[in-house]
Design a protein around this ligand. Sequence first.
Ligand code: SF4
Ligand code: SF4
Length: 204
Amino acid sequence: MPYRFTFDLSRIPRFFFTEITKAAYQKGVHKKVGGTAQEMIKRFRIQEATGLNLSDAVVLLQDLIDMNARNLMEREKFAQTRRRALFLPHCSRKYMDNRCKAIFEADIPSYICAHCSPDCLVNKATSVAMKRKYDVYILPGGSCIPKILKTKGYEGAVGVACGEETKLSGKMLESMGIAGQGIPLIKNGCANTIFSIETLSKTL
Ligand code: SF4
Ligand code: SF4
């Protein structure tokens, strides 16, 4: 399920994301973050930068904090896994039309990147992950993930998506006993979306 609002955090200073990680750590220790989300919205002027209303900004930040908290909890288990998959969202491809030369394998279902554009985020992420022996899937949606995980017998999975999607996927991985790590989109909108390659690299 996509958010009912669009956002773009790609120009927010990097320090903001360090603060998100700190808040997630606090949540892991104290099981609550209290007014942290609202305080960060004010401090980093998130509403001014994104045009979001306060309640949508709170939902977004809370989801980012929750995703980071889940990553921290799962990190040790994830580090011990060998067979891993990376799930990328099709919405981060440089092109969403026939200028994208990826081949769509309907039986998986996944796009297979043809590396047509060096500056395409999905291309960069695919190359980084393949060097680290990940199997890479570029998905049109999250509903096919359980089938892929079961068929291929993965022990660990990294997923890039917007908060709502990663929340659902995180719960699903937990129920299947698979260690997961989530990477948030920092710009959503279901086309030309953005995630951080640096964060992905560190996570892999
Ligand atoms: S680099 Fe890959 S994902 Fe990006 S537009 Fe080209 S084929 Fe599509
Ligand atoms: S922004 Fe991308 S990951 Fe999120 S719902 Fe839309 S298509 Fe899916």
